[in-house]
Design a protein around this ligand. Structure first.
Ligand SMILES: [Zn+2]
Length: 53
């Protein structure tokens, strides 16, 4: 469901593989603790809030 992808080039998160910077987003691999993942979650929530408007 929530497969957020991360661009290794610019570090941006998104749901589409293609990134604005031209890079290809891939699923981040945080098997353990990852602070970045937390931020991704936060960002996604924020984005969803924007969409509703
Ligand atoms: Zn990128």
């Amino acid at each position: 469901m929530n497969h957020i992808l991360k661009c290794p080039k610019c570090g941006s998160y998104g749901l589409s593989e293609k990134c604005k910077c031209g890079g290809k987003r891939a699923r981040p691999k945080p098997p353990k603790y990852s602070p970045e993942d937390k931020y991704g979650k936060y960002r996604r929530k924020w984005k969803e809030g924007q969409k509703i408007k």
